[in-house]
Design a protein. Structure first.
Length: 135
């Protein structure tokens, strides 16, 4: 039981860290190439804001897929746990940084946490089902 719990915690931490590291890394690259500035993110073009939303969504899906893959059981539940954590952290981030970005960005980041978690879990289940069928 304790081993299963540790595997669950590890799966959640690995998926969360993957999404966070990829997002922070992409933000860093965007800033270093002068494509955007987190200081003046509110002044960024719509194309840049949409790009950030898109890569954050993809990175969230990736992290949740990894969590589902590493989960000892109930992969969708593990992926959705990240979605819940992401929603809470996104709300806190939006409150703290509300004046740094347009409201639509803040709200989109909040509302995409659970759908991206569900999609990551669903993608794992679809590929896991295909792998089992081939065996």
């Amino acid at each position: 039981m304790a081993n299963k719990t540790l595997k669950s915690i590890g799966a959640i931490l690995a998926g969360f860290a993957t999404g966070a590291v990829l997002s922070v890394g992409a933000d860093f690259l965007m800033e270093q190439t002068n494509m955007m500035s987190m200081e003046n993110f509110k002044q960024s073009s719509a194309a840049i804001i949409l790009t950030v939303i898109l890569y954050r969504f993809v990175f969230n899906v990736t992290g949740c897929y990894l969590t589902a893959r590493l989960a000892p059981d109930k992969p969708m539940k593990h992926a959705l746990i990240i979605g819940i954590i992401g929603t809470v952290l996104s709300i806190l981030g939006a409150v703290a940084m509300w004046d740094k970005a347009i409201p639509a960005y803040n709200l989109t980041i909040i509302f995409m946490s659970l759908p991206s978690a569900w999609l990551g879990g669903k993608l794992f289940l679809a590929t896991a089902g295909n792998a089992e069928a081939k065996q």
